[in-house]
Design a protein around this ligand. Structure first.
Ligand SMILES: [Zn+2]
Length: 224
């Protein structure tokens, strides 16, 4: 091999694909700055720990959102939410998009660990704070997550309130507003809402002007 292949300069195209990541030793009862990479479901984010951390998966403490699988846990969720499996999977998609709305790609967040740092899937267990708001709590308050007892604040009362009020996954998954491009309307957390130019406060207003619901974020979801 030619020796010059080992010498990089700033104009080398190979350098464009080089990124430096370092493993961070995450410990108990500590706070970490991170940037959101994406939401993989309603209670799990992928984040990059700052400044140069690896992409890590983070399981939000104290909450549980609808699953996309069909295991025992998913079957129990169907009972709790009083829905069939197909509806549960729609709710899983909608809860994920709600988390994406609260934690958009690139957003700066703080992770707060407690007494147990990682679960058996090597996900970091944490509270997520954006500004002065705890995202875990907001997911329950908005009705997009059930409570999950563990080493974190208890959200039992908030979950009951959301359930009684028919908010989020306990009802029709209404959002505070919807965004629309020329032909399609979306939930505000939908990645396809990026090029939206209009905003509606209710689905019926978007429908009234002839817009179609996005198939990815199902803004017109109705419980069967
Ligand atoms: Zn959409």
């Amino acid at each position: 091999m030619d020796a010059k292949e080992f010498i990089f300069t700033s104009s080398d195209s190979a350098l464009k694909h080089v990124s430096i990541s370092v493993s961070t030793n995450v410990i108990e009862h500590e706070s970490y700055e991170a940037k959101v990479y994406d939401a993989t479901d309603g209670d799990t984010l992928r984040v990059r720990l700052l400044p140069l951390g690896l992409i890590e998966r983070v399981r939000l403490l104290g909450i549980d959102t609808p699953e996309t699988g069909t295991d025992d846990h998913a079957r129990n969720q169907c009972k709790e939410l009083d829905v069939d499996m197909s509806t549960l999977h729609s709710l899983a998609k909608i809860a994920t998009i709600h988390l994406q709305w609260l934690c958009p790609k690139g957003a700066g967040i703080i992770l707060k660990t407690t007494g147990r740092v990682r679960d058996d899937k090597n996900r970091i267990l944490a509270g997520i704070v954006v500004g002065d708001v705890c995202v875990n709590q907001i997911m329950v308050e908005h009705g997009y997550a059930m409570e999950y007892e563990g080493d974190w604040e208890s959200y039992g009362d908030l979950a009951l309130h959301a359930r009684e009020g028919g908010r989020g996954i306990w009802g029709q998954c209404d959002e505070a507003y919807y965004l629309a491009s020329s032909e399609t309307y979306h939930r505000p957390g939908c990645s396809k809402a990026r090029y939206a130019t209009r905003r509606f406060t209710a689905v019926r207003d978007a429908k009234a002007v002839g817009l179609e619901p996005c198939s990815a974020c199902i803004p017109d979801f109705k419980r069967p």
